[in-house]
Design a protein around this ligand. Structure first.
Ligand code: ZN
Ligand code: FE
Length: 278
């Protein structure tokens, strides 16, 4: 992935290349890195230090850590990395993330000068009560990026551990309103397991079947199905499609009654998936 910062002062003498990478960790987590050509990089949701340290051995130089939410499979590698690297760690306001050096909430903007990048924090509560996403807008002709943890997955969304359906739907609406070409960097490789449910809910969705075929091919080659895109999720992800006649009808068939409110469609869809066995 190449990201050319044409407007940066450095562009006069060189064109920094940005590389976005998903480091597999634990069973199905991804630790995301976004790095400049010289190896300086942000690290997102390090569940473990090991995969990051292996990347460090190969030239990665962490300059900041971003944490989306307090779950151990997103933060457990942060403290050991911060012992080795004296760098900022951005996280939501939540005492359960003790290692944070900078707390962020809705609309907070911070710069990562080493990468000539700015991030905006978005509160996306629902999976937990303090979950945030980090959005970097498009730069120099390359599309933006959102690190969304366990809020939006490709073809799915996070479970509601601490939030309400109203909160989660508002969070998904917020992410869905980002520019269509935004690259969506999710915390887990869940695409194919989500696909089984999505295909039951929305069986006649042609783009969904194309996405499933693409994801199967990627996984067969051992590659991530991510990043996704906002436009792709709007076309395929049933949790972003609660306003479509097909998803509404499927939910109403499932619960056996009319469901007029979109938040109730969303809540019923989430509950349906919680009990779904492929
Ligand atoms: Zn989580
Ligand atoms: Fe997780």
């Amino acid at each position: 992935m190449v990201w050319i910062l044409r407007d940066s002062p450095a562009a006069v003498t060189c064109l920094p290349m940005m590389t976005l990478r998903a480091l597999p960790a634990l069973t199905d987590n991804y630790i995301w890195t976004l790095s400049a050509e010289d190896g300086r990089a942000i690290v997102v949701d390090p569940s473990q230090a090991g995969p990051v340290l292996a990347a460090v051995d190969a030239g990665l130089q962490p300059v900041a850590i971003l944490l989306t939410h307090h779950h151990p499979d997103h933060i457990d590698g942060a403290a050991p990395l911060l012992e080795r690297f004296d760098i900022p760690c951005y996280a939501p306001v939540d005492p359960r993330i003790a290692c944070a050096t900078h707390r962020v909430g809705e609309g907070d903007v911070f710069a990562v000068p080493e990468l000539n990048l700015q991030f905006t924090a978005l509160e996306v509560h629902g999976h937990t009560r303090s979950h945030v996403a980090f959005h970097a807008p498009a730069t120099g002709g390359e599309s933006g990026i959102v690190f969304c943890g366990d809020t939006l997955f490709s073809l799915g969304c996070g479970r509601l551990f601490e939030g309400t359906p109203t909160q989660m739907l508002a969070s998904l609406d917020k992410l869905a309103s980002l520019p269509a070409d935004t690259r969506v960097c999710c915390g887990h490789e869940y695409t194919l397991s989500n696909a089984a449910f999505a295909a039951v809910v929305d069986p006649h969705n042609v783009p969904l079947h194309a996405r499933i075929a693409q994801a199967q091919a990627l996984r067969e080659r051992g590659q991530p199905t991510l990043p996704a895109t906002i436009s792709g999720e709007l076309a395929c992800n049933p949790f972003l499609r609660v306003d479509t006649p097909a998803v509404r009808a499927a939910v109403e068939r499932h619960v056996g009654k009319l469901v007029p409110e979109r938040v109730d469609i969303f809540a019923a869809l989430r509950q349906w998936k919680d009990g779904f066995q492929p």
